[in-house]
Write a protein of this length. Structure first.
Lengths: 215, 215
DNA sequence: TCTGTTATCCCCACTTTAGGGGATTGTTTG
DNA sequence: CAAACAATCCCCTAAAGTGGGGATAACAGA
């Protein structure tokens, strides 16, 4: 069973050269090659790729937007981003959108086949210069250095559910409907949340919960 | 001018085999090889390496602690972490401690020389399985610390001030006092914020504002 | 068994917000 | 200059949230 690959790139020369390159690997099969991502959901449904090579800059919807959509619709598909630019923001955005790897196009010809194989084995191929950016970024995120620093307010499971609803902007009534309990029960839970978080209004609850990542 | 490399690993066989391997590259010079990191600052001062290969698990001080020290004392030195384990926590700790790359030992023999060269060029070599962990972790980072493109809701400066107060849990009355305006003015601003953010309650405002880092 | 916790529900009085209006004073800009 | 906007303030009604109180059932541990 061969690995199905789809290519999204607005440059037809690049698409063709990638296709040619991948054909040299007998376990690979290019099942689709598209110049834009506007109809990508439909196209992906038809050609059923395991791996998608996605150019980051494309007319219409950008590759980054596309990744978000793809990851939502087809969570099992691995998306390998490719770009000629090492733009910090876009690298970071792509990764946060759910890309499985990020490589520069200059490494395309030489190592693309290796990269795709690494994807298959659950790895995330990254060009070293990209990786450097990612590492630097991670080091800059102080909150993330100590993920276990979240204080415990001893909320019960139910209280946490209610809290989650409230943080999503639901009113008491809506929370009640959502959790199949009465308005008064929601109120009761919220009162307890108030006590435990030492706050006195819903907005404070939302603010504190989001700041301290309780939800 | 050759690249000076120091090795920290408690396994002398590994140290020796790495040394042998690196000798095959004429631009590399192994200037130090140590079984622990307890005296690493002194040793580094003496042998002046450009790159350090650091085993993550070692007696006494761990490699992670060592990286922190090294990065503080010698910020120009690139540290390449090596490990046999893909332990999530240690991967992230190392990275956050300032390591420049992170590779598994199984890729040592085959690609170590390439990895070191990538370090020289300002890249961060990472084993793909490590890279996957890093990406996954980044994707989990709460959105409010992510430098993502914040959508612009065209809030006026004053509206943003009011929003900031609200997000901090203040009631209309408190916001009014804080900004030296009347309660009704606050209300008026909040109404406009509602329209611009397309929400219908204070909690939604707080939630949306924090999620999208408008404040 | 008794005590504590959790989750559920109810009531009353009170405060705060929400959703409509409308109005005035400036300032910016086509 | 007129139009557009920002910032300020006001009123009214309805809806939602707040702060007390209390109650019941289930269940876990001392």
């Amino acid at each position: 069973m061969s690995l199905h690959i789809a290519i999204f790139d607005d440059n037809s020369n690049i698409r063709d050269s990638i296709s040619l390159l991948l054909k040299t690997e007998k376990d690979f099969e290019v099942v689709g090659s598209f110049a834009h991502v506007l109809d990508c959901v439909q196209e992906i449904k038809q050609c059923k790729p395991d791996v998608i090579l996605m150019d980051i800059e494309m007319p219409g919807m950008t590759g980054i937007e596309a990744v978000k959509t793809i990851r939502k619709e087809f969570p099992h598909i691995q998306v390998l981003m490719q770009t000629v630019f090492e733009d910090d923001d876009r690298v970071f955005e792509s990764i946060c959108s759910g890309a499985s790897g990020y490589i520069l196009k200059n490494s395309l010809n030489t190592r693309l086949i290796d990269f795709i194989k690494e994807l298959q084995f659950g790895g995330s191929p990254m060009s070293p210069s990209i990786a450097r950016k990612v590492l630097t970024k991670m080091q800059q995120i102080p909150e993330h250095v100590r993920p276990e620093a979240a204080p415990d307010y001893h909320l019960t499971p139910r209280e946490k559910e209610v809290l989650a609803c409230v943080v999503n902007g639901l009113s008491y009534k809506m929370v009640a409907d959502q959790l199949f309990i009465s308005y008064e029960t929601v109120r009761s839970h919220v009162k307890h949340i108030y006590e435990k978080l030492h706050v006195a209004s819903l907005t404070e609850v939302v603010s504190k919960a989001m700041k301290e990542r309780i939800v």
